[in-house]
Design a protein around this ligand. Sequence first.
Ligand SMILES: [Zn+2]
Length: 120
Amino acid sequence: MYRIKIKSGFCGAHKLRGYKGKCEALHGHNWLVEVEVQAEELDATGMVIDFKELKDLLNEVIVEMDHKYLNEMVYFEKVNPTSENIARYIHETVSGKRPDLVLGKVTVWETDSSSAVYSG
Ligand SMILES: [Zn+2]
């Protein structure tokens, strides 16, 4: 199995509903996002997918979140915009745009030391 991984990031604001602690107040993060794609066989050029193509695809998704208040996005109206749910949102949205790709882990880093992973 081959796996490739790319990274990108975005700045966004959120607050967590039903949470007692600092994160119930409006605040922001510089989220780092990693997306893996896997394939059992390579294409004719010897790639799983062109890194640039995958980066462009991820950036299409995260541009919708960059410098935004995530709680106002339709997806996060009822679902809390935690790193876990952001990872799931990115996984589902990238998969929806390219159902031919087999996505592996989507990792969302909220800080240098804290990340959440969703793998479908
Ligand atoms: Zn937060």
